[in-house]
Design a protein around this ligand. Structure first.
Ligand SMILES: *Cc1c(COP(=O)(O)O)cnc(C)c1O
Length: 424
């Protein structure tokens, strides 16, 4: 499918008068339409709720839009819990799916009334120390099926190598221990493959988890309130990929539900999801300006953003589509490496990418940066994090996070000693 930017060159030329590049910009209309689609896809399930994975795009303005659709928040750190609290999410709208969790974070999640999803059986005695015998009414456990998961379309992952979750034997023991501690309603959670590009992933996972919870209900004598399919629904980063259709996915999960849970007398179990990438990635772009061209053994275009603004290409060699704004209809007859300024040779947004001829001052839109984009930012080489802007449905632009300044970068040094020389 052809990938089009949601902003035009003319819009960006206006925006940069107030907010210079580089910046991340998010498309409110796109976010809202997608939230509607997700709700519709699972409308058949009475208790359905999406818990947005906050780590993907931890910005309260974005989270507040999602909240209008009754979306909750999946958190795994203190900062994410605090953000969720700040946008007014209450207990049952917060899922605390952490791992290797510090005690103070369990305490905060517990005090906020969040649903705690335990990564391991040893976290039960750990939790005993923190909350005593006052366990919440509802608790969840994370499952790891182990082995290797292969799907019909060649997608494969290796849960047996992943640090998350518990074995089936541990899971059964954990539910028994939680039942003994007075927990009344139970959830199960599993996240086994990342960034899947198939409508079959959630239905496949749902089928496995539905069979498992039906077995465990009988074996342990507990009542499941929800099955949490977590994240893993991917997006089409490349133009030749077919995007997932959330309605087909929802329908696939419904079929498994009718086939397995309803006959088991479990037709009241709620389906939860924790999508991050699918909720936001396509609705955010990193906008950057071409500032250098270099002709050595290859052709390079240097831009004013770098891996500190979007780490995925440097970190995983991930493909992010690039549109040269204003040149959408020109032939892609030039081969470039698009680079940032870090003194690291992997700081390249694209390698050997065919694009229209780029002139200095051209604006480039780097697509699908709305999730795991700004969020992964870092300060290596003293590079500062860029601003986040929201393109609202009325066409206006709102600054939802300002760009860092050098003072932010230096803020944690001892100003008493070095302050005068550092403050700008
Ligand atoms: C990262 C994460 C998600 C979101 O994953 P996506 O692939 O972005 O949908 C959901 N749940 C947990 C526990 C996660 O760590």
């Amino acid at each position: 499918m052809e990938k089009k930017s949601f902003v035009t060159k003319e819009q960006i030329e206006q925006i940069v008068k107030t907010y210079p590049t580089p910046f991340h910009i998010y498309d409110e209309a796109g976010i809202r339409a997608n939230c509607e689609a997700v709700k519709e896809a699972f409308a058949w399930n009475k208790g359905f709720r999406e818990y947005f994975a906050v780590k993907a795009t931890p910005n309260p303005y974005i989270m507040n839009i999602l909240k209008e659709y009754d979306i909750g928040f999946d958190c795994s750190s203190e900062a994410e819990l605090v953000l969720s609290g700040a946008v007014g999410a209450d207990g049952e709208h917060i899922m605390f799916s952490s791992n290797d969790t510090p005690a103070c974070e369990y305490k905060l999640a517990y005090d906020m009334g969040a649903i705690i999803n335990l990564d391991d059986i040893t976290h039960i005695p750990f939790l005993d120390e923190i909350i005593g015998d006052k366990y919440p009414e509802v608790m969840s456990c994370r499952y790891n099926p182990g082995g290797v998961v292969t799907m019909s379309n060649g997608i494969m992952d290796n849960p047996g190598d992943a640090k998350y979750g518990m074995t089936e034997e541990q899971l059964i023991e954990a539910y028994r221990m939680l039942k003994d501690r007075g927990v009344k309603r139970f959830g199960i959670h599993a996240f086994i493959i990342s960034n899947t590009l198939t409508n079959d992933y959630y239905p496949m996972l749902a089928g496995q988890l539905f069979e498992l919870v039906a077995r465990i209900e009988k074996q342990v004598g507990i009542k499941f309130a929800f099955v949490n399919l977590s994240g893993g629904v991917g997006v089409a980063y490349k133009p030749d990929q077919t995007p997932n259709d959330i309605r087909v996915i929802g329908e696939g999960v419904r079929r498994k539900y009718e086939e397995i849970l309803v006959p088991a007398g479990m037709g009241d179990v709620a389906i939860f999801t924790e999508m991050g990438r699918f909720m936001l990635a396509p609705y955010g772009e990193l906008i950057t300006k071409a500032i250098h061209e270099k002709h050595i053994y290859k052709e390079y275009i240097g831009v004013d953003a770098c891996a500190a603004n979007l780490m995925r290409p440097a970190m995983y060699g991930a493909y992010h589509h690039i549109t040269v704004l204003g040149k959408e209809n020109e032939p892609c007859d030039h081969k470039y490496d698009i680079t940032g300024s870090l003194c690291e040779n992997n700081d390249k947004f694209a390698v050997d990418r065919m694009l229209p001829k780029i002139e200095m001052g051209d604006y480039l839109a780097i697509h699908d940066a709305g999730a795991h984009g700004f969020a992964m930012g870092y300060n290596y080489n003293g590079r500062l994090k860029s601003a986040e802007l929201l393109l609202k449905t009325d066409g206006t632009v709102k600054l939802i996070r300002r760009a860092e300044t050098l003072n932010d970068y230096y803020a944690t040094f001892d100003f008493g000693e070095y302050g005068d020389k550092l403050i700008r």
